[in-house]
Ligand binder design. Structure first.
Ligand SMILES: NC(=O)c1ccc[n+]([C@@H]2O[C@H](COP(=O)([O-])OP(=O)(O)OC[C@H]3O[C@@H](n4cnc5c(N)ncnc54)[C@H](OP(=O)(O)O)[C@@H]3O)[C@@H](O)[C@H]2O)c1
Length: 251
């Protein structure tokens, strides 16, 4: 039996891994949650949509004879990552996470650290400001308690839903972004405050560098806690892990 990988995706790292897997002559499937309508092209077969919790994922792993799971989801996709840990433990399929180190503040940064989205909402209980709210589409409704602000939103696709705050502007764009362009964007909208998840990686760092250059404060949302699991930080390390895990499994 040759390796049959399942890559849990939705990040630029997952896309890079899919390309490397094909180049290495390995087989596998890339899994997307289905949050966006237009998925970026990638070279492996893909599936879209939730598995149905831990039991659904475990059933999928068995039915499709998956030999290795690589969790390359976003650091804030905590439920999917927890489900992967549980389903792999249940089925005995080896799991590794392709992760990125969180960002750390450097001199010039003005971070206000909060534990979660609720903490960011609480930190915005203040007089009206011009806020770049870079938390992704799924969490925007949670900011309804603070409709006094102007919100600059950058989204991957044009939104269909209405937002719970009247004063906003939507930019539809996909990363990676440049610090210079983000600085122009912030200046153009007279932004006074940025809200960001601590996503780590390079693709979304531009707004952090731009805020630093402009002396703007950032409400920085810490990552959700994650149960212990094997982790690597590069595509090459995933391929090494696959080779070693395959030897151990005899596949
Ligand atoms: N959260 C972010 O800030 C963020 C940013 C950029 C990209 N993304 C990507 O967007 C996707 C959804 O993120 P989220 O924060 O909503 O995740 P989440 O809260 O951890 O996941 C919620 C549910 O969505 C399904 N799901 C999530 N990722 C999946 C995948 N790759 N393949 C199949 N099903 C998946 C699972 O449903 P079942 O329980 O039914 O299996 C999971 O229980 C992830 O793939 C993530 O990589 C997230």
């Amino acid at each position: 039996m040759s390796p049959n990988l399942l890559i849990l995706a939705g990040t630029t790292e997952a896309a890079a891994l899919a390309r490397a897997v094909v180049q290495a002559g390995l087989s596998g499937t890339v899994s997307f949650a289905g949050r966006v309508e237009r998925l970026p092209p990638q070279p492996l077969p893909q599936r879209v949509g939730g598995f149905g919790g831990v039991e659904g994922l475990a059933a999928y792993l068995r039915a499709h004879r998956v030999t290795h799971v690589i969790d390359a989801t976003h650091p804030f996709a905590a439920r999917m990552s927890a489900n992967a840990i549980a389903a792999c433990a249940q089925t005995g399929v080896p799991l590794v996470a392709l992760t990125r180190a969180p960002w750390a503040p450097v001199p010039g940064d003005r971070w206000i650290r909060v534990c979660d989205i609720a903490g960011a909402v609480a930190a915005l209980e203040r007089p009206a400001a011009r806020v770049m709210l870079a938390v992704g589409r799924m969490h925007l409704a949670e900011f309804a308690p603070n409709p006094q602000h102007f919100y600059l939103l950058r989204l991957v696709e044009a939104p269909k839903e209405a937002f719970p705050f009247p004063d906003h502007h939507v930019v539809v764009d996909r990363g990676p972004f440049s610090a210079q362009a983000d600085r122009c964007l912030m200046e153009g909208h007279d932004i006074s405050l940025v809200v960001s998840k601590n996503s780590g990686g390079t693709g979304a760092y531009a707004k952090i560098a731009a805020a630093r250059a402009l002396g703007l404060p950032i409400i920085m949302i810490d990552r959700p806690a994650q149960a212990p699991r094997a982790e690597v930080e590069s595509v090459e390390a995933v391929l090494d892990w696959v080779a070693h895990a395959s030897t151990a499994l005899g596949v």
